[in-house]
Design a protein around this ligand. Structure first.
Ligand SMILES: Cc1ncc(COP(=O)(O)O)c(C=O)c1O
Length: 405
């Protein structure tokens, strides 16, 4: 049976993570969240760090501290996840979408056109770990007296002009979601560079409740059930059926729920980061450098195979984007080779593609480049469980599909 290759099925999980998650189901280890915050601060040299149970909760904390509310506008890029949009709707503000550039990051030209007297913040995403032109955007924000938020959900450890992403925004947030740079299935972190926002985020965090014990155990089960039961059987129908069953029975959580596609956040956001998930995140954070070096190596290898040049060493290549004419056909054909690259980041300017665009304030036709790119993009895996041999297999299968069209 050939090895399963996937972009988003528990991509970062290794044996030590699985056994740690299993142990944490049966223990009540306290103090994890403070430890995680301390490690995070020290690792990057951030002045402060506030953990939450997701990037979504982290972003809500930032927006609340900035007192962003009904009537305010937040500019963000299209070609993003509804998880980045809905917190803005949650505080009552309006997301305004700017188009993207060839790096899949916000277009500066379009961004400038979208600024109005109602603009309170610009949120900048470093898409798939590729840093945006954050210093130029910071200048625009200072000039116009607009807050800058860095969405570092994809870019933990990525650098821009010698500084880690996260150092540029008035406030920045990270995600430890299941298919992010490091993973505790759910989790997030805020760091603040504008001192005036520290009290707001800190008191918001203190007032939040912990998620339920059920929710926390549901997340701890994710690496265990996926790696021990589902993934070994995934290339047979039974594995995929078990996964669907666990999701339907709520034994496993979904990364993004169906209701989020119509702009409604689940009740477990915003919440505190539970201690046990923090221990999972700590175990992963210790491996961050290895993970990102590995991602760059695999990306360099893809570049070599696709006859492209040198990679950008500031980019951490969370995933490796490739443009093709027929993404869904290719995704389907790769499945027959036990290669699963459908991670939802295709087919819509706001992903997953089941998102109802009008419900998240996106007007079709408003960001033509993002719409065009979303119809062409596929994402290849670079994570720690992908070897160069696996990358070569992905490349060979893609070549084979191309030649037989
Ligand atoms: C660009 C981007 N921003 C923010 C988020 C939200 O992070 P989280 O899933 O931890 O809530 C995600 C992922 O879902 C994302 O892809």
């Amino acid at each position: 049976m050939s090895k399963l290759i996937s972009v988003s099925l528990s991509p970062n999980t290794q044996k030590d993570d699985v056994s740690l998650a299993f142990k944490l189901i049966f223990s009540t280890r306290k103090g994890g969240t403070k430890k995680l915050e301390r490690l995070f601060r020290n690792y990057f040299g951030f002045r402060n760090a506030f953990a939450f149970n997701s990037g979504r909760s982290s972003l809500i904390a930032i927006l609340k501290a900035m007192e962003i509310k009904k009537g305010d506008e937040v500019i963000m890029q299209s070609f993003t996840c509804n998880a980045a949009v809905n917190p803005i709707r949650y505080v009552g503000a309006t997301p305004i979408f700017a188009d993207i550039d060839e790096n899949l990051n916000i277009s500066l030209d379009d961004l400038k056109k979208k600024i109005t007297p109602k603009t309170k913040a610009i949120m900048v995403q470093h898409t798939f770990g590729n840093p945006a032109r954050i210093d130029e955007i910071k200048e625009i924000c200072s000039e116009k007296k607009i807050y800058l938020i860095e969405d570092c959900a994809h870019s933990l450890g990525a650098m821009y002009k010698g500084e880690f992403c996260g150092f540029f925004g008035d406030a920045s947030f990270f995600s430890f979601g299941r298919d992010k740079v490091i993973s505790s299935v759910y989790g997030g972190m805020v760091t603040i560079n504008n001192e005036l926002l520290i009290d707001g985020v800190s008191s918001f965090q203190k007032e939040l409740k912990n998620p339920s014990v059920f929710w926390t155990i549901q997340q701890l089960l994710h690496p265990v059930l996926l790696n021990k039961i589902i993934l070994p059987l995934y290339n047979m129908k039974i594995g995929r059926m078990i996964m669907a069953l666990f999701l339907n029975l709520n034994i496993l959580s979904k990364a993004v729920t169906k209701k989020e596609g119509i702009g409604i956040l689940p009740k477990y956001f915003p919440k505190k980061m539970p201690s046990s998930l923090s221990y999972l995140a700590i175990n992963q954070l210790k491996k961050l450098e290895d993970y990102n070096n590995h991602r760059r190596e695999v990306a360099q290898y893809y570049n070599h195979l696709f006859l492209k040049g040198e990679i950008d060493s500031n980019n951490i290549y969370l995933k490796y984007p490739l443009f093709v004419d027929n993404p869904s056909e290719i995704i389907n054909k790769l499945r027959k080779h036990n290669i699963y690259i459908n991670d939802g980041w295709s087919g819509s300017p706001i992903v997953p593609p089941s998102t109802e665009l009008d419900k998240v304030c996106y007007k079709l036709g408003s960001c033509p480049k993002a719409e065009e790119i979303s119809k062409k993009i596929i994402l290849l895996p670079t994570h720690i469980n992908i070897s160069k041999k696996d990358a070569k297999k992905v490349f060979d299968c893609l070549e084979n599909i191309r030649q037989n069209r």
